[in-house]
Design a protein around this ligand. Structure first.
Ligand SMILES: [Zn+2]
Length: 63
């Protein structure tokens, strides 16, 4: 992840906090020392429902 201040992509994780379905990471830019926090979480992907199928163009469509 790029630093918001100097746009460097040289960052390191200084702390990690875990919750039930998400993780927070405290990051520090190696170049300028700027610190920020990122959060990761699970995004549920919906399975295709009954009544959906792919049309000729390969797109998901509802019948
Ligand atoms: Zn920086």
């Amino acid at each position: 992840m790029d630093c918001q201040k100097c746009k460097s992509n040289q960052d390191r994780v200084v702390a990690t906090e875990g919750y039930s379905d998400r993780v927070r990471r405290r990051r520090e830019c190696i170049t300028c020392g700027h610190r920020w926090t990122t959060e990761e979480r699970i995004i549920e992907e919906e399975p295709p429902r009954e009544g959906t199928s792919f049309d000729c163009a390969g797109r998901l469509c509802r019948l």
